[in-house]
Every structure is written in structure tokens, then in C-alpha cells.
Design a protein around this ligand. Structure first.
Ligand SMILES: Cc1ncc(COP(=O)(O)O)c(C=O)c1O
Length: 395
């Protein structure tokens, strides 16, 4: 039996541990994964080329990727970052959000959306969502805005654009910044404009499961504000004015060159992949619309064109359905098991309790993401849908 040595000097039987943890977690073999990024020889070639021919840090590919991503979003500036979280955090810092400020966001998101507010020494204020779109409810935003509020972070959750006209109306009236969390919505359209171009600044994530990736962690901040872009670029690079002169307290939050090179190629395929995701969503919609126990994701219309980062259904029988699908080799996700305000650390810090943001709680209690990615075949969608029908047939 192979073994490796633990720092303590104890022998650690690798094979046994791997086996028993798999049994403990009741892992099933996966035939249809939840998500599947696309990697091609072209991407590998771009990465290898950058590896041999460019600086690893802030090489040419980084700046080209920024230019191309800004053009794609229809904005003037893009500043790449080491993650979506860093992009959000640096956006807040660059806007001057700090101690005693409040920032309004939705609890129905990945925890990073709110963590960055705390990292910036500000206080998160949660507004509940609309259950028809799963995005922040502007009427609820109005209820929590006060004279300490500095910014709103709407999240285009699952790839569905938030109600940006209403959010911008509130921000204009109250003098607030709008930071779009577009980490799940690369390429989504709102009234013919790309998300990322709808507020003061927007942030994207390139984590591998996203609609496009850089083959690792990565992020992008986009804006039309030259000052903001300049400050953000400085903050992500140690607050550098020049090589060893620093006029800001910055961070090391740069995107690596090899990752940027992959991102450039991925970006060229993004629209095609999003179209495939939309087609897959249409097929799911058609095949699942006759299951009364299931609520399907918002479809979008001529004004709102989602990109289905996730295809998330809702059902009161979420846990049983998940177990059933997984036992049939179909991987599922729960995005998210808890709304942010009910995460243990948020309960402890702020005293949040169940019942305070009921729609976000309902979403988290009932949501189930089923496989969605560009290369998902029609036959696989039929297989997933068939298994869902089978599940509800006898219940
Ligand atoms: C809505 C949302 N916000 C922020 C983030 C953070 O991005 P990253 O994982 O790149 O730090 C994510 C990524 O999972 C996300 O989905």
C-alpha cells in the first residue's frame, strides 16, 4: 500500500483514506457533470506561447485581454485581477467606501459579494430578492438605504440581469454608487447593453465553472471612469507609481499572464457558448414545463437576455430530487444552501435570524441547479429531464 509521510512523521495510508472518504460521502459516479469548461488546443497553445515568450506578471497578454474585454462589454476600461472577489473589493476601495459606510446587496449570492464589504471596513445591508428573477428587489433596497449608504451591489445571479433601471434610478436619487456583481453573467444583455456597462463599475469572475474562464482563478473590473480604472490598476499592483515607488497602500491582486492568454481565446467563444447555453435552457424549459412541482428559472425576454450560468429549478422536494438525480449519475448543485445572512459567521456578527429575508431563504431552501454547459448534448438534457419526470411520477 502506498503511503506518504505526514509532517508529524506518522505514516499516512493514502489509498485507504481516499477510498473510505469516498464511501463516507456516498459518492456516485458522474455521467453528466453540473458544469464543464471548454478547453482546446488553441487555448493550450496560447498559454504555452505566453509561458515562453512573455513576462509571467503583467505581460502583454494581460493588457490585450483587458482591451478586448473592455470592448466586449462596451466600456472604456478593464483592469484584470486575481479573482472576482479581488475585483469587487478593489472596486469598493477605489470608490472610497470605508469605515462607517453601508453597502446594500442581496443575500442570495455567493458569500464573497458581501465579504468584500466587510473587508472594506463597511457594513453590508441586505435587501431581499424578487422570486420571479432571484435578483435584488429595488423596493426592498429603498427600505434599507439611509444617509450612511454609499453603494448598491446588484448581483446578476445565475446569469440573469438585475432590474438595473430601477437600481440606477435609486442610486441617482440618493447619490449612491452602483457596483454590478457580474461574476455569473459574462455576456448577458439588459436592454441591448452588456452587463458590466450598466453601473459605475462592474466585476467579473473567471473561476473555472463560469461561462468563461482563464483556466484558474481570475477576475476583471470594468468601468467608464478613467480615475477609477487608474486607481484600481494601481491597487491591484502593490499601489505602485513606478517600480519601487508606491503612493497608495495596494495589494498583490494581479492576473497572471498565462491565465490572461487563455482568457483571450475563451472570450472569442463566449457569445457562441452563451447561445448554446440559451438553446439548452430552451430545451429544458420545453421538456420540464409540464412538471407542476417544479418552478423553472426566469426565461428573459427581448429586453433581458440571460446567459444561464446555472439552470436552477425550484422544488419543495429538493433534497430527495438531488439524491435521486445523483444516484443516477447526474451531478447537481445547490446555489446556495444558505443565504448570506444565515451563514454562521454573519449570524454571529450581526445577529441575523431565519425569517428576516424570507424570499432569499425560500430560494435557498428549494433551489437545485441541474447540468448546464455549452457542450451539453440534447440527448443528455433529455436524460436529465426524463429522470426528473420519473422522480415526480410516483410522488
Ligand atoms: C456572484 C459571485 N460573486 C463573486 C464571486 C467571487 O468570484 P471569485 O471566485 O473569482 O473570487 C463569485 C464566484 O464564485 C460569484 O458567483
Amino acid at each position: 500500500m502506498p503511503s506518504c509521510l505526514l509532517p508529524s512523521g506518522r505514516d499516512f495510508p493514502v489509498v485507504t483514506v481516499v477510498k473510505s472518504s469516498a464511501i463516507r460521502r456516498k459518492e456516485h459516479s458522474v455521467n453528466i457533470p453540473l458544469a464543464k469548461p471548454v478547453f482546446t488546443k488553441e487555448m493550450e497553445k496560447a498559454a504555452v506561447n505566453a509561458f515562453w515568450n512573455e513576462h509571467f506578471v503583467l505581460g502583454e497578454s494581460v493588457f490585450k485581454f483587458e482591451e478586448e474585454f473592455a470592448r466586449y462589454c462596451g466600456v472604456d476600461y478593464a483592469v484584470s485581477m486575481s479573482s472576482g472577489t479581488d475585483a469587487l473589493y478593489i472596486a469598493l476601495v477605489a470608490l472610497g467606501v470605508s469605515h462607517q459606510d453601508q453597502v446594500v446587496t442581496t443575500p442570495a449570492s455567493f458569500v464573497a459579494t458581501s465579504n468584500v464589504i466587510l473587508h472594506a471596513n463597511a457594513v453590508p445591508k441586505f435587501a431581499d430578492i424578487e422570486l420571479t428573477t432571484y435578483t435584488i428587489d429595488p423596493r426592498k433596497v429603498l427600505r434599507v438605504v439611509n444617509n450612511k449608504t454609499r453603494a448598491i451591489i446588484p448581483v446578476h445571479i445565475y446569469g440573469y440581469p438585475a432590474d438595473m433601471d430601477s437600481i440606477n434610478e435609486i442610486s441617482n436619487k440618493k447619490g449612491l454608487y452602483v457596483v454590478e456583481d457580474a461574476c455569473q453573467a459574462h455576456g448577458a444583455l439588459y436592454k441591448n447593453r452588456k452587463v458590466g456597462s450598466l453601473g459605475d463599475v462592474a466585476c467579473f469572475s473567471f473561476y473555472p465553472s463560469k461561462n468563461m474562464t482563464v483556466a484558474g482563478d481570475g477576475g476583471m473590473l470594468v468601468t467608464n471612469d478613467e480615475r477609477l480604472a487608474t486607481v484600481a490598476a494601481k491597487l491591484r499592483d502593490c499601489g505602485r507609481k513606478s517600480k519601487y515607488v508606491h503612493d497608495m497602500i495596494g495589494y498583490t491582486a494581479r492576473l497572471n499572464t498565462v491565465n490572461a492568454a487563455v482568457g483571450r481565446v475563451q472570450l472569442r467563444y463566449l457569445d457562441e457558448w452563451n447561445e448554446k447555453r440559451r438553446r439548452n435552457a430552451e430545451t429544458y424549459d420545453r421538456l420540464l414545463s409540464d412538471v407542476p412541482e417544479l418552478i423553472l428559472p426566469p426565461e428573459g425576454d427581448e429586453e433581458t437576455r440571460p446567459v444561464y450560468h446555472l439552470y436552477t429549478v425550484r422544488t419543495k422536494k429538493r433534497e430527495e430530487l438531488k439524491t435521486w438525480l445523483e444516484s443516477n449519475g447526474i451531478q447537481c448543485g445547490v446555489n446556495y444552501t444558505l443565504p448570506i445572512h444565515l451563514q454562521p459567521v454573519y449570524r454571529e456578527l450581526f445577529g441575523f435570524k431565519k425569517g428576516m429575508l424570507p424570499r432569499s431563504e425560500e430560494l435557498c431552501e428549494t433551489c437545485l441547479s441541474i447540468p448546464m454547459y455549452p457542450e451539453l448534448a440534447g440527448r443528455e438534457i433529455r436524460q436529465v429531464s426524463g429522470k426528473i419526470h420519473e422522480f415526480f411520477k410516483d410522488r
